[in-house]
Design a protein around this ligand. Structure first.
Ligand SMILES: [Ca+2]
Ligand SMILES: [Ca+2]
Ligand SMILES: [Ca+2]
Length: 221
């Protein structure tokens, strides 16, 4: 009885194997990947991933450097335009002698009426002319540009303007940073009223250099 059972089982198994072979020839002889094939596949995949990472990393670095360079160019242009405008609107260069380069620029205050009270702001005492009491209440206020080198790794070009919102002559506004990572800031008086400015920004990767000239006294009244 038990013998018949095992014979039936073997017969049944053989039939199933034959059936599978007929339906899908070779199915029973299919084998998996060998170890060598797997190692080669994983190695190729690793090389592809590494290459992709390198390309992506390089693209990101170029993008970041370009973005920083554009930022530096914009800062330098802003600083140059700002200085040229203020030089243009003022009457006098105070700290330069002709053809002697300097790393700061001091110009006389502007003749403007920013609060529209019909008194020029530079006329601090509101009496008589502008700066007509040089030893008293209506001295010459100054506009100053210089390098803040308190951080040796990031020197900043700053401007300091008079604060006309107070009753005190010579009150100053907070210094304002015009641009960072300044490598060189040089001002040269080329004639009595013509100032040449050279500005170089350098952050270890990018270098931006701008030159400009501005005439003082254009709007002097
Ligand atoms: Ca005024
Ligand atoms: Ca004044
Ligand atoms: Ca006055």
């Amino acid at each position: 009885m038990m013998t018949d059972f095992f014979q039936t089982l073997r017969f049944s198994k053989t039939n199933k194997l034959n059936l599978a072979e007929r339906v899908w020839p070779g199915a029973l002889h299919t084998h998996g990947f060998t170890l060598v094939e797997l190692v080669v596949a994983v190695t190729i995949l690793g090389i592809m991933v590494t290459s992709l990472q390198l390309v992506l990393g390089q693209s990101l670095r170029v993008h970041r450097e370009t973005r920083e360079r554009i930022k530096m160019v914009n800062q330098a242009r802003f600083a140059m335009d700002r200085m040229a405008m203020l030089i243009n609107e003022t009457g006098k260069i105070l700290n330069l002698t002709i053809q002697v380069p300097a790393s700061s620029l001091i110009i006389e205050e502007r003749t403007m009426d920013t609060d529209s009270n019909d008194i020029i702001d530079a006329n601090n005492d509101g009496i008589g002319g502008i700066n007509d009491d040089p030893e008293g209440a209506d001295k010459v206020d100054e506009i100053k540009f210089h390098l803040d080198d308190s951080d040796a790794n990031n020197k900043k070009l700053v401007e300091i303007l008079p604060d006309y919102s107070t009753p005190y002559p010579h009150a100053l506004l907070e210094s304002r940073v015009l641009c960072e990572y300044v490598d060189e800031f040089t001002c040269t008086l080329e004639s009595a009223t013509l100032v040449k400015i050279k500005l170089i920004l350098k952050d270890g990767i990018n270098l931006v250099q701008l030159n400009t000239r501005a005439i003082a006294g254009k709007m002097r009244v």
